[in-house]
Design a binder for this molecule. Structure first.
Ligand SMILES: Cc1cc2nc3c(=O)[nH]c(=O)nc-3n(C[C@H](O)[C@H](O)[C@H](O)COP(=O)(O)OP(=O)(O)OC[C@H]3O[C@@H](n4cnc5c(N)ncnc54)[C@H](O)[C@@H]3O)c2cc1C
Length: 372
């Protein structure tokens, strides 16, 4: 079997390394649009402590401690300048995207999987002729590849503006900070992901963004404005942005089908979901493990892809529902900003309660994928 993986992010890399482990004779290669050094984003949270949690990609690395993961067991909601500290009820694992992606790439290369960087967009007809299977794991960059109409995405942009910063201030808990000023409400999501760095995501409504004049500011001045807004949390620590990764509206990419012909979608390329539920990488891992299991057990590739479609699409739709409910809660937070800290916390906790459990669906898929 000759497989091409498009995109060297967590989805494509985990699929490639686990598939190669299951079928060492298969030829698997990866193309990546960026240079080896370019990895977008700062830190992410993942479930559990590796190697115990199978949806945590660190569980598939030989020495996960080398990535300097940080374990987070408390959640702090700050509203009206008062902190409300609680247990998260689970262990979360903060880790740098750069460290995670580089470690997964090294694992692939060690297994004999070639990664070709700075590869120009491929012609799909040529790919179809050359490969038995093409795994499309190019994140939300759907424009970078022309796929068949069956794989055309539904695209939905969130109403809030957000930006993903890094900072040297260390946040020992999962922090959710609501801060109002003359321009409107700003929300900070912050946690440490190494012993020197934290992620700091900020979102606000488009009206607040306009009133604060953020569009007209340079990246540096905008970061200084936000740092001043969250001075109580950041102290003198700066907010660091990546070049070209400015303020944007969150893009949710969804599909009715996960595969068509020889092409199969994986990770964000199949379904992206708002950062406020922190599950995108987890979903990418679970979908990659499902695809490996199905290809490993089903001799006919077309039948395997149909089977993957039947399992992955409902799971991704549930992920989308959870992520959208969470996103909408943040987009309408102005309606609740007068609540007390305890009331706002309760409302935040309840924002996805009417939906079927995503956790149970994930565990069921993992159980199938890992034969447990
Ligand atoms: C602000 C923010 C915070 C987040 N926080 C969390 C979190 O806490 N926890 C969590 O689990 N998830 C989080 N996520 C989501 C998470 O980052 C994604 O779900 C995850 O990276 C998906 O992995 P992927 O491999 O599918 O895509 P990506 O990580 O986007 O990787 C795709 C790769 O494909 C490459 N590529 C693109 N086009 C092409 C092409 N044509 N040819 C070749 N290569 C191409 C890209 O350069 C990239 O390397 C967050 C996302 C955002 C935006």
């Amino acid at each position: 079997m000759n497989i091409l993986v498009i995109g060297a992010g967590p989805a494509g890399l985990l699929f490639a390394s686990q598939m190669k482990q299951a079928q060492p004779a298969w030829n698997i290669s990866i193309t990546e649009k960026n240079t080896p050094e370019e990895v977008l984003g700062w830190g992410v949270v993942l479930p559990g402590r590796p190697p115990r949690h199978p949806a945590n990609p660190l569980s598939y690395l030989d020495q996960p401690e080398r990535l300097n993961p940080q374990f987070l067991e408390e959640f702090k909601l700050v509203h009206h300048d008062q902190p409300n500290l609680m247990s998260t009820g689970v262990t979360l694992c903060g880790v740098g995207r750069q460290a995670l992606v580089q470690a997964l790439r090294a694992k692939c290369v060690a297994a004999g999987i070639a990664i070709r960087y700075e590869t120009p967009p491929a012609d799909t007809a040529q790919l179809e002729a050359e490969y038995d299977l093409v795994v499309v794991s190019n994140g939300v960059n759907y424009k970078s590849l022309e796929l068949t109409p069956a794989l055309a995405p539904h695209i939905d942009f969130g109403r809030n503006k957000y930006i993903w910063y890094g900072t040297t201030q260390l946040f020992d808990q999962m922090n959710l900070v609501f801060r109002s000023n003359a321009h409107g409400i700003f929300i900070g999501h912050a946690y440490k992901y190494s012993d020197t760095m934290s992620t700091f995501i900020v979102e606000c409504s488009e009206e607040t963004y306009a009133k604060a004049g953020l569009e007209a500011l340079s990246e540096r001045d905008a970061a200084a404005y936000v740092a001043k807004t969250f001075k109580a949390e950041l102290g003198e620590h700066e907010l660091l942005s990546q070049p070209g990764q400015g303020w944007r509206n969150f893009m949710t990419l969804s599909h009715d089908r996960a595969c068509d012909g020889k092409f199969v979608l994986l990770g964000d390329a199949l379904q992206s979901g708002h950062f406020s539920i922190g599950h995108g990488t987890t979903m990418a891992v679970v979908a990659a493990l499902l695809l490996v299991k199905i290809l490993d057990t089903e001799a006919d590739t077309a039948a395997a892809l149909d089977s993957f479609n039947a399992r992955a699409v409902p799971l991704m739709q549930l992920f989308k529902d959870h992520a959208n409910s969470s996103r909408l809660w943040f987009e309408s937070v102005g309606e609740r900003i007068g609540l007390s800290n305890a009331e706002l916390t309760a409302s935040f906790d309840a924002r996805r309660k009417d939906l079927p459990s995503l956790q149970e669906a994930l565990m069921a898929s993992l159980g199938y994928a890992l034969g447990r």
